[in-house]
Write a protein that binds this ligand. Structure first.
Ligand code: ADP
Ligand code: MG
Length: 700
């Protein structure tokens, strides 16, 4: 088949026509033949098999069965009536139920005659099937049928306008007839052979019209592999191109700033992991390519000092640096921490936030442009166009999941060469996922906590035990420690959450009366200045308890705090719980995290709470989180669209992903330009995908 056929507008397909074409375009993004064949079914209704009543499972599923109706009756219910049939086979009995269309059924159903029924089973005092599809066994045997019925993605509008699953099925068949169902292969003979994959034509046919589970599985494997393979190919190529082409300022010099600090001002001995990571960064920045590196390290693993040493390297090479944090509190804390650490060094550090006054902004702008300002710490305010550096050589972004990729890119355009970029995150992303999401980034991992840290003890307590929990806090405070009590704040119910927080605060104040106890409160409705003031009091140890919403989630560092109480813990996501817990356990004392919940918990909440009480390992937690939520969610809404896969599933198809990556690396290593004859087909497919933007959809 001439491949250009696949670029034919969908309007030309027999059975489509202008109205349907418009709907297919607007509802499913189907513009061409190619888009249509790449509309893969969400699931398949398996009509290859007939179930017996005694084989049914309580998890409701669509099943096909053979049996007889022996009895029909009408039952009155609160509103209206329902029609109930007793259905039997040689293994048992169940009920078929109708809430509408009674008359037609009563007139047409034949009692004591074999039927094939199909539908979703429910369990309530025995099995039943509401509104089954029914067909006489004799008819059923006469008809030729598709045994695995594909179910395509759809929208309400499509169904309402008559483009049902059956219609999609029909036009899909038409497409295969018109194109003679012959597709050029998109993978090389080498890969097909080594992995024993079926051909593209076979895979396409069987994904849409499978005869049984076995051929379907082969088709799915082949197409998932292909999808993941081309994404990996693209990510790896991009990385190679960046390494070769995107020039950066080589930081070849290790000078006084770095050396003096390293020998005389380090407040502690670096961990092995910190040293290794710094070496990786130095090597990367020392080459003449731009660094684009993700620094992962669990909460409290000591990323800040790594950032500072990196900044000092920039300074040694006469470049400016910036450090961006997602919240004012965090930016402030970085600013304070860095000014403290570098007070004996000749470097000029300023803080820029949304709240910075105009006069100060002007000073900062002037100092940035004449080069007398070496390091700018701040929030998103750093990204404003007015902020122009004389020679920005390094941009560090803390808690990357709060910043979009677009914002990251914006930093690039401030100079001739883009600055080296170091993105720091405490959200541990499982390695394989990180590879597929950030395949174009290099990754450094701090996988070791500073010495002397005791593992945080995490327990789950019900709300009814709150007084005991308060008593525990009291004991810790007597020992000189501090405690956090955190409430959820979820936007949709902001007013209610605010009330929960205030009620909670009142009860804390009652149990811990002034002046013996001092309590800070921080929440989203406060002015930034008030928040900072309250936060500051807690940091300085003037208050013993910090009552707060999740604004303290990231980065805040108070080593003396040893207790973290999380209220309504079932409402937090796993990574959030882990982040919050990371606020304690930062000093030498034993720390505790207490997860408070009511008695009623969903099964997901139970898994989350259990995971938290069982492990402190951020990577384990991330794996569980990934399974519970899927990758889009983990990255936060900002990046949820990053991997918009058509058929593969990053979590379930992890093994295929690894294989795909292995082959992509292997091929590019042998043939970076894909110029060998045997890889011609890969190069061609890759170019086609890029040309028709099919691949770029995956990576924003
Ligand atoms: P995070 O990676 O979460 O940003 P921080 O950089 O805030 O962690 O470090 C957490 C705490 O551990 C800070 O109090 C910091 O001073 C301390 N710390 C970092 N590295 C070490 C180390 N090698 N030895 C002892 N303490 C360290
Ligand atoms: Mg940090």
């Amino acid at each position: 088949m001439n491949p250009t056929i696949l670029q034919t507008p969908i309007d030309y397909l027999k059975g489509v026509g202008p109205a349907r074409a418009d709907l297919l375009r607007s509802e499913l993004g189907i513009h061409t033949y190619q888009d249509l064949i790449n509309l893969f079914p969400n699931r398949y209704i398996d009509k290859t098999r007939y179930y017996k009543i005694n084989e049914l499972q309580r998890t409701s599923a669509e099943v096909q069965m053979v049996g007889k109706i022996i009895h029909l009756k009408t039952v009155a219910q609160k509103r209206g009536k329902r029609l109930v049939a007793k259905f039997i086979d040689d293994t048992g009995e169940m009920e078929l139920v109708w809430f509408r269309g009674h008359k037609w059924i009563k007139e047409n159903i034949k009692l004591n005659t074999p039927y094939v029924i199909f539908g979703k089973t429910k369990y309530y005092n025995g099995f039943n099937m509401p509104h089954p599809e029914m067909e006489l066994l004799t008819e059923h045997e006469k008809n030729l049928r598709i045994s695995m019925q594909p179910v395509y993605p759809s929208t309400e509008k499509l169904t309402n306008k008559g483009i049902t699953n059956r219609v999609i099925n029909k036009i899909m068949q038409q497409l295969f007839i018109e194109t003679k169902a012959r597709f050029y292969d998109t993978l090389s003979q080498e890969i097909l052979g080594e992995l024993k994959l079926i051909s593209k034509s076979e895979a396409m046919f069987n994904i849409h019209f499978p005869k049984n589970q076995e051929v379907l599985a082969k088709a799915q494997y082949r197409l998932k592999f292909e999808e993941l393979f081309y994404i990996q190919l693209q990510l790896i190529t991009k990385k190679l191109v960046r390494k070769r082409k995107i020039k950066g300022y080589p930081f070849t010099h290790v000078g006084d700033h770095f050396n003096d600090f390293y020998s005389n001002h380090l407040p502690f001995e670096l961990t092995g992991a910190q040293k290794r990571v710094i070496k990786e960064i130095r090597k990367d920045m020392g080459s003449s390519a731009q660094m684009n590196r993700l620094l992962q390290g669990d909460v409290g693993s000591g990323k800040t000092i790594v950032a500072l040493l990196t900044i000092l390297l920039a300074m040694d090479n006469n470049f400016q640096a910036c450090l961006m944090a997602p919240t004012a509190i965090l930016a402030n804390q970085h600013y304070q921490g860095i000014t403290e650490l570098t007070k004996d060094l000749p470097i000029n550090v300023r803080l820029l936030m949304g709240s910075t006054k105009a006069k100060e902004r002007r000073e900062i702008a002037a100092a940035l442009e004449d080069g007398s300002l070496h390091l700018l710490v701040g929030t998103h305010a750093i990204l404003e166009d007015k902020v122009q550096f004389k020679n920005l050589g390094l941009a560090i972004i803390d808690e990357q999941h709060r910043f979009g990729v677009a914002q990251r890119a914006k930093l690039w355009h401030k100079n001739t060469y883009p600055p080296h970029i170091l993105v720091m995150t405490a959200t541990p992303i499982p390695r394989t996922l990180a590879m597929s999401l950030y395949g174009d980034l290099d990754i450094s991992i701090i996988d070791e906590l500073p010495p002397g840290r005791k593992a945080i003890k995490t327990v789950h307590r019900y709300d009814s035990n709150r007084l005991k929990v308060f008593k525990f806090i009291q004991e810790e405070i007597e020992k000189g420690r501090q405690a956090y009590i955190v409430y959820p704040l979820i936007q949709e119910s902001e007013a209610m959450d605010y009330k929960d927080l205030m009620d909670g605060y009142d009860s804390v104040v009652r149990y811990f009366p002034m002046p013996k106890y001092q309590i800070s409160i921080v929440h989203g409705k406060m002015k930034p200045a008030d928040k900072d003031y309250e936060m500051d009091r807690f940091v300085r140890g003037e208050t013993q308890i910090m009552v707060a919403t999740t604004v303290i989630e990231v980065g805040v560092n108070v080593p003396n705090a040893s207790v973290m109480i999380i209220e309504s813990a079932e409402r937090f996501g796993l990574s959030q719980l882990h982040q919050l817990r990371g606020r304690v356990g930062r000093g030498a004392d034993q720390s505790f995290c207490i997860l408070m919940t009511g008695y009623k918990l969903s099964s997901d909440s139970k898994v989350r709470i259990e995971t938290m009480t069982q492990t402190n390992d951020g990577f384990d937690i991330a794996e569980v989180d990934l399974k519970l939520r899927g990758p889009g969610d983990i990255m936060g809404t900002q990046q949820s669209g990053v991997l918009n896969l058509k058929i593969a599933d990053i979590v379930r198809d992890n093994d295929i992903l690894k294989t795909a990556r292995y082959y992509a690396l292997k091929i590019l290593k042998e043939d970076p330009a894909l110029s060998l004859e045997k890889n011609k087909i890969i190069l061609y497919t890759y170019q086609q995908l890029a040309k028709h933007k099919n691949i770029w959809n995956y990576i924003s």
